[in-house]
Write a new protein. Structure first.
Length: 413
């Protein structure tokens, strides 16, 4: 006589019944939300050319976007930790869509800073892959989390692969304003996918985890040296990513290449990062995460230095895209994994959000300094070499991190 498997409990979450479906929906959100912001550099020359702005004007808007994305993420994470992620994702998607739509008609610097800067920045804080990864950490089985962090990050990279060439093609065929409107409408697709990430008990602490208030969790984190090292090291990642995303297409044009080469270089970065992020997620469960981060940052410094020193050509640009792509968001799985290891999952969205704020402060400075120093010095060379120096500094600063829970918790059997 055979015994049938017991059915799922009536109150079981969707993650317990269909974890792969939850993973897929989260990855779709990461892809959709990361794509347009990864295409910002494609709009730099059309917008500055039409309105007669300097690159510093456009750069400041994207710098504001990066800063407010980072500033809003801990607060969005705290709300998601307390009330669940669905409301946060839906509100973030609506603000993001509004920002892109208004950016299409931003004929003054003030409107550009409000739309591309403030609205898109705060929109991203509520619906980007950071919130998705935190949801994965809370909802998915522990054995799936490392690869889920890699998959969510890789999905954002696929958005970077898909959207820049799409933006280039749409701008050529229908215009840059219409392209922004299309991207804005695409953000509304986040809302149905967000329903799969509903957590029936978002505020409940797991068995064995200490009961903490938000203030106690923050105090514990910022008194812990390893968390501070992690936060400081993540600054470099944001500086490099934001600078490259925004200014690389214009830099390549300055060196005699076409906008198509710039678009495809950004796309190749996104494609290669799918491999890099998944590999990083896999490695995060098999080797020291602090050493993995140090290796990634050191390799980035070498790659950027080689790119600046080599002659400009489509081959060197695409090759740089492949190498940098393998290292692009590969910092995210070990960083989020270290936060979860040290502090558990209850306040994961908020505590990872503060690390991400450091990332976005770096992004603000990378984009802003890129525009300002280009207008003053006539080239991007100084910012490239600053990115190299920061890479080596972050490789060193991650080494003292201690990889163990801050408060001992019972380990799963």
């Amino acid at each position: 006589m055979t015994t049938a498997s017991p059915p799922s409990a009536p109150g079981a979450s969707l993650a317990a019944r269909a974890p792969l479906f939850v993973l897929l929906c989260g990855c779709m959100i990461a892809m959709l939300t990361f794509g347009p912001r990864a295409s910002s550099g494609i709009f730099l020359l059309p917008m500055t050319g039409e309105y007669g702005w300097g690159r510093d004007t456009f750069g400041l808007a994207i710098a504001i976007q990066n800063l407010l994305w980072g500033l809003g993420t801990p607060f969005a994470g705290a709300v998601a930790d307390r009330f669940g992620v669905v409301r946060v994702l839906c509100v973030g998607a609506l603000i993001y869509a509004l920002g892109l739509g208004l950016m299409a008609y931003a004929s003054t610097p003030g409107l550009l800073h409000l739309s591309a800067g403030v609205l898109v920045g705060f929109g991203l804080s509520g619906c980007s892959f950071n919130i998705v990864l935190a949801a994965f950490g809370k909802m998915l089985p522990e054995r799936m989390r490392p690869i889920a962090f890699g998959a969510g990050t890789a999905a954002g990279s696929f958005g970077q692969f898909l959207f820049p060439p799409l933006a280039t093609g749409l701008i050529s065929s229908v215009g840059w304003q219409e392209t922004l409107m299309i991207f804005g409408l695409a953000m509304l697709l986040v809302m149905p996918f967000a329903l799969a990430l509903a957590n029936p008990q978002p505020a409940a602490a797991k068995a064995g985890e200490p009961k903490q208030s938000i203030g106690e969790a923050l105090g514990q984190a910022f008194r812990h040296p390893s968390y501070v090292y992690l936060v400081l090291g993540f600054f470099t990642c944001g500086f490099q990513l934001a600078f490259v995303t925004t200014h690389l297409p214009a830099y390549l044009i300055d060196r005699g290449l076409s906008i198509q080469v710039g678009g495809w270089t950004l796309a190749v970065i996104g494609l290669a990062n799918m491999v890099g992020s998944l590999s990083s997620g896999w490695l995060s469960s098999r080797m020291s995460r602090r050493w993995l981060l140090a290796i990634i940052y050191f390799a980035r410094g070498i790659a950027i230095a080689a790119f600046v020193l080599l002659p400009a050509s489509p081959a060197t640009s695409i090759g740089f895209g492949v190498v940098l792509g393998l290292l692009w968001l590969s910092t995210v799985p070990p960083t989020s994994g270290l936060v979860m290891l040290m502090f558990g999952t209850r306040y994961l969205a908020m505590l990872y959000g503060f690390a991400f704020f450091s990332h976005q402060v770096g992004g603000f400075l990378g984009v802003w300094l890129g525009g300002v120093l280009y207008e003053r010095l006539g080239s991007y060379d100084f910012v490239w070499w600053l990115a190299v120096a920061l890479s080596f500094a972050s490789a060193v600063i991650n080494l003292p991190i201690v990889e163990r829970p801050v408060v001992a918790r019972p380990q799963p059997a």
